[in-house]
Write a protein that binds this ligand. Sequence first.
Ligand code: GRF
Length: 217
Amino acid sequence: MARLKVAVLISGRGSNLQALIDACVQRDFPAEIRLVLSNRSDAQGLGRAAQAGIPTQVISHRDHATRDEFDAALDAALQAAGIELVCLAGFMRLLGEAFVERWRDRLVNIHPSLLPAFRGLDTHARALAAGVRFTGCTVHFVRAAVDDGPIIVQAAVPVLPNDDSEALAARVLAAEHRAYPLALRLIGEGRVRVGGDGRVEIRRATAAADAVLNPSA
Ligand code: GRF
């Protein structure tokens, strides 16, 4: 079985990268991480990749005059490595429309809320302020608008009475570490398709639960 060739783009801690690395070592996993790219040389995730023997590359936005040039440098590195799918995992740069279109339906992101609620930053503080009873995370295909695009997998977690943003972030992060590998597996198995209506269809889904995680508190 040919495994899907994946690049993971990071800017920091890389705990989602680690979850994907751990998934990819399973013998029957349909994807492999061929490259980890970071825009920051001090990203902790680079060490995780090196530890796993995965090639890494730092492409700093500071070395490029414009976003288009930065995006082109990323694209060149991805092409050179023969990458088929790009996973954003805490990558803190906005990608331009040309890059997003070039990688359409081959570019995924994980966001720490149940989209379309709480796009953008500080999702957990905003979820607490709004008084929602559930929040979670979303793995979605990337579109030009921020935190927009067809939803692949979501995981829900409860908001508990004494939560602060840190406690809630930790609960959501644990869910992220399950949701992202699940989404990558579904894509690697060739089961994810974006329909004409812009929604994701999971082929051969045996249960609604195929793309839904609702871990207990
Ligand atoms: C995660 O919460 C992810 O949802 C968001 O950025 C954070 C990255 O964390 N996009 P890590 O670097 O994967 O630990």
